[in-house]
Design a protein around this ligand. Structure first.
Ligand code: DGL
Length: 268
């Protein structure tokens, strides 16, 4: 008899969280996944904590009703602004991306100084700064609001995006944080900019991907670190805006064909 596969719900404001799902499928192939993209109500990055909490809780509860046994909040903004509220509203375990991302950054920094890039909402909450501070690491947070639309446009290796990255980051790595030796990608979309950012930030700076760190953390949490042949995870997708738009935009983030998208209306 084969063991029952755990069902992990993954929640994000849209398709960006598919970067986290991609890592989870790689590092925890023993699980099946339910992915929820709140595409009708994004972006979360510029919304208030109350609105983000309300939206995120309704989506998380939907995933629980669909059979999720664990929840990963892949959205950095939802983790930063509403992780406690989401956790209180659920009966299943909830993991956000900030704690694993901060732990990974602290482990890779020797100078004790790191730079975090994220949405306005995540930066204004100082969730990364606080989590890193508890680990004895100083953080400089920098909101990079243009990165999300640039990535969604597909301009992940475009000169305009590179110029924008220089405008956002050059001063930071020149001032008080010239000795910073890690750059935390604190937004779902930023892993797609890794190659470009590698050219922009100084060579000694390690690029830390919160999605990757979260997948590793999840594997440990579920006690699923052992290697083996577990077959392919089953994945179902839910989106609050059009299925077709989700499929088209999502394939870039997930790096594979997306099938089985179901439209969900959370307003009714
Ligand atoms: N998913 C969001 C995050 O990781 C970025 C997109 C949005 O603003 O909704 O912060």
């Amino acid at each position: 008899m084969t063991a029952k596969r755990p069902v992990v719900g993954v929640f994000d404001s849209g398709v960006g969280g598919l970067t986290a799902l991609r890592e989870l499928m790689l590092q925890v192939p023993q699980a099946d996944y339910l992915y929820f993209g709140d595409t009708a109500r994004l972006p979360y990055g510029s919304k208030s904590a109350e609105t983000v909490a309300k939206y995120a809780i309704s989506a998380a509860q939907y995933l629980e009703q669909q059979g999720a046994e664990h929840l990963v909040v892949a959205c950095n903004t939802a983790t930063a602004l509403a992780l406690d509220a989401i956790t209180r509203a659920m009966t299943i375990s909830v993991l956000g991306v900030i704690e694993p991302g901060a732990a990974n950054a602290a482990a890779s920094s020797k100078s004790g100084k790191v730079v975090v890039i994220a949405t306005e909402g995540t930066c204004n909450s100082h969730a990364y700064k606080n989590a890193l501070g508890q680990l004895g690491v100083a953080a400089q947070e920098k909101a990079c609001p243009l990165f999300v639309p640039l990535v969604e446009e597909g301009w992940t290796d475009h000169p305009v995006t590179e110029q924008v990255a220089h405008l956002y980051l050059d001063d930071i790595f020149n001032g008080d944080f010239a000795s910073a030796d890690a750059l935390v990608l604190g937004c779902t979309h930023y892993p797609l900019l890794k190659t470009l950012l590698r050219r922009v930030v100084p060579e000694h700076v390690a690029i830390v991907d919160s999605a990757e760190a979260t997948a590793r953390y999840m594997a440990e949490k579920l006690g699923l670190k052992s290697a083996g042949n577990f077959g392919h995870p089953n994945v179902k997708f839910f989106a609050t805006d059009s299925e077709e738009k989700f499929r088209k935009a999502g394939e870039k983030f997930l790096g594979r064909i997306i099938e089985d998208v179901r439209h969900v209306n959370l307003e009714t």
